[in-house]
Design a protein around this ligand. Structure first.
Ligand code: ZN
Length: 693
């Protein structure tokens, strides 16, 4: 493929062959101005490929239609994966401007494909004859999935409805981009600067070190800065003895996207919800939630509601008891106030110390980032035989990014794994896994290039970076997703890796968290940063015994967010939605404790509004948790958390299987039976709690 290197114009590194080692994207050569022309060329190529398939005079065959469709758009995938990984992990004003242009343009492009009548006629024809085509089981699954995807995208609608649907889709893409740019802007613009010793009251050394580092990154040498990254504000709220500063930081944190200014998201949300509802109606569903859930494991809003209700009542009852403990602790210390949301983490830490003799500052030096990365790798070796070797000197998009090569038990190349662990102003908040390239075998043996992006605080100069136990759990979680991408062993791109139902995709990631909590893993990798001593057994035991501590709070935070998400998407006539009033009323209805705020308030609920991946789908974590709690029990029942036979089934039916099977079938093949909820309730300490509170 030519890359337009005529005359004096230097070649565009995004086009043509990528010359970087190990087929990595040529990160160090890419400049923002390369993206628009690269997108334009890749879109034109893809359009030509689609037209050739749709207008093929030959009768539809699996090869000339589905194979050809799966092979098309390779250049576009490549450019888009680099672009969107950068806009998430290392963006800039220039990239944001391109993102605002490209989001609707790409939505238009997708609509033109999925609403293409001639193309769908071929797929529909193949689908009608599917039993006589002599397909392999994987091919049959691909055809079935594409048929569903096209129908759900509106391929069967009349021309007027198609046109409206395309307009809605394009507008939603613009709104999703605006939503995430607004949140990023509010996060980037806020800092709490701590100037005096009194401002630092209560903060242990590791919090001070991270705050000093965050200040230095912003040119405030010698000062201390708290940011709205979870890894910065969480420990601040946990330890700061300054109630006034806790309140100030907390208010800023829960007001992201809700500041009333230019970056306010409420109008964006109202329009998004209205357009999603209209889209669902055009497609024949009463609400967006019905539409969205139809193609998941849960299938219906009722099934989701049933799970959320079962957990909510128990979690709320438990959180109320936790609140009483915190109130008693505050009063014991002479506090003459009712526990407020900005007090919860502070007093919870004190109660944890009193009840479980556990001090976050005592645990933290044992949780070094490098060791936790090594622990995640070693767990993969013991379960699946994969090993990771760090590669130096490769071109990456930021100096913090590290690259490892994964090899299987026979020493064969599995793929590349990139780790991008630290918070910075150019990165959006949260933690995620993504792919620069997904595994497939349709166009040769294509190996995956997977990335994990986190927002951990960097350690002080020359000091190791230390994680909280929650951070370490996040690392294992995202690495579970990474393995789902790396170990993928399918032929067709559509079915690769994490391309599974939304409420199944958190199963491999959440399941992986269980190994972190094992003495077999922590006992080996939790080593003190200063002394090199392993974590004392007594401390390890106390840490693991306290696992369900504060789980009422965590479950209420999470479940309330899932309930508001479901309620918003069950609106039949959402026009003129008052977002604040809706959130308040939804929370009143379930009896939200005044001392707890949703884990993600609506104005910055990126899962459901920066695109629609988790819209009416935030419950997915809990749904998958039924599976991971029940699934890990398979190892416990085998008497070995690395039991080879169980690990092999897990590998074959889950981590390597992508979307080869319906998720319920895949789970059953791994576990030998369907999941039950009991293990989840035990894991969260909710099994002995009556729901009537
Ligand atoms: Zn996840």
């Amino acid at each position: 493929m030519g890359n337009g290197s005529a005359g004096a114009i230097p070649p565009n590194p995004l086009l043509g062959e990528w010359a970087a080692p190990l087929e990595l994207p040529p990160f160090t050569e890419i400049a923002p101005e390369h993206f628009r022309p690269a997108f334009d060329q890749a879109l034109a190529e893809h359009r030509a490929e689609i037209a050739a398939i749709a207008d093929d005079p030959a009768l539809p065959s699996f090869a000339n239609t589905i194979d050809a469709f799966e092979k098309a758009g390779r250049g576009l995938d490549r450019v888009a994966s680099v672009f969107f990984n950068l806009t998430g992990a290392h963006t800039s004003d220039a990239l944001q401007a391109i993102e605002r242009e490209m989001a609707p343009a790409l939505a238009r492009h997708r609509s033109a494909i999925f609403l293409n009548t001639a193309l769908f006629r071929r797929i529909d024809d193949l689908f009608a004859r599917r039993d006589s085509l002599g397909l392999t089981p994987e091919q049959a699954r691909v055809l079935d999935r594409y048929h569903i995807i096209f129908v759900r995208a509106g391929a069967r609608l009349d021309p007027a409805a198609k046109e409206r649907l395309a307009a809605i889709t394009e507008r939603l893409a613009t709104l999703g981009t605006r939503f995430s740019q607004n949140v990023l802007s509010d996060e980037r613009d806020y800092t709490l600067v701590l100037e005096t010793e009194e401002d630092l009251a209560g903060l242990p050394t590791f919090v001070r070190a991270a705050a000093a580092r965050a200040a230095a990154d912003r040119g405030l040498e010698g000062q201390y800065v708290i940011t709205l990254a979870r890894s910065s504000i969480d420990p601040f709220l946990q330890f700061s003895a300054r109630r006034d500063l806790r309140e100030r930081a907390y208010q800023a944190w829960i007001s992201r996207g809700d500041t009333g200014g230019e970056t306010d998201n409420k109008a964006v949300i109202a329009e998004t919800i209205a357009l999603r509802a209209e889209r669902a109606k055009l497609l024949g569903y009463p609400t967006f939630a019905h539409f969205r859930l139809d193609d998941t494991m849960a299938k219906t809003p009722e099934a989701v509601r049933d799970l959320l209700d079962q957990v909510w009542a128990r979690a709320r009852a438990r959180a109320m008891r936790e609140r009483d403990d915190l109130q008693a602790m505050a009063e014991e210390e002479g506090g003459n106030f009712a526990i407020a949301p900005w007090d919860w983490r502070y007093y919870a830490e004190k109660v944890r110390q009193a009840k479980h003799d556990l001090d976050e500052a005592e645990i933290k030096p044992y949780l070094q980032l490098d060791n936790m990365v090594a622990a995640a790798f070693d767990t993969a070796r013991r379960l699946f035989g994969v090993t990771f070797t760090e590669l130096q000197g490769l071109p990456v998009y930021h100096s913090d990014v590290r690259v490892w090569e994964a090899r299987d038990a026979e020493g064969r190349h599995v793929g590349l794994f990139l780790g991008d662990y630290f918070a910075r102003p150019s990165k959006r908040s949260g933690a995620w896994m993504s792919a620069f390239r997904s595994q497939e075998k349709l166009s040769g043996d294509i190996r995956p290039i997977i990335v994990n992006v986190m927002n951990f605080s960097k350690g002080g100069e020359g000091e190791p970076s230390l994680l909280s136990f929650d951070d370490a759990r996040t690392l294992f979680h995202e690495f579970g997703h990474a393995l789902h991408g790396l170990l993928s062993n399918v032929t067709y791109p559509l079915l690769s890796g994490t391309g599974v139902a939304r409420d199944f995709v958190e199963f491999p990631s959440q399941l992986y968290e269980h190994w972190l909590e094992r003495p077999e893993v922590l006992g080996r990798y939790a080593v003190h940063a200063k002394t090199g001593e392993p974590m004392p057994t007594a401390l390890l035991e106390r840490l693991l015994a306290a696992r369900t501590f504060n789980q009422g709070f965590a479950t209420v935070e999470y479940t309330s967010s899932a309930i508001v998400d479901l309620d918003l998407h069950l609106l039949e006539e959402p026009n003129g939605l008052d977002v604040s009033a809706f959130e308040r009323e939804a929370l009143d209805r379930i009896g939200m404790p005044a001392e707890i705020v949703m884990r993600h308030r609506t104005p910055h609920f990126a899962h459901i509004f920066s695109g629609d991946a988790y819209a009416a789908g935030y419950y997915s974590y809990l749904w998958s948790e039924v599976l991971d709690a029940d699934g890990f029990a398979a190892f416990l029942e085998a008497g070995d958390v690395f039991d080879p036979a169980t690990a092999k089934r897990l590998h074959d039916y889950v981590y390597a299987a992508g979307n080869l099977r319906d998720p319920t079938e895949a789970y059953g093949a791994f576990r030998g039976r369907m999941p039950v909820i009991d293990a989840l309730l035990r894991k969260r300490g909710l099994h002995a709690i009556s729901g009537d509170a």
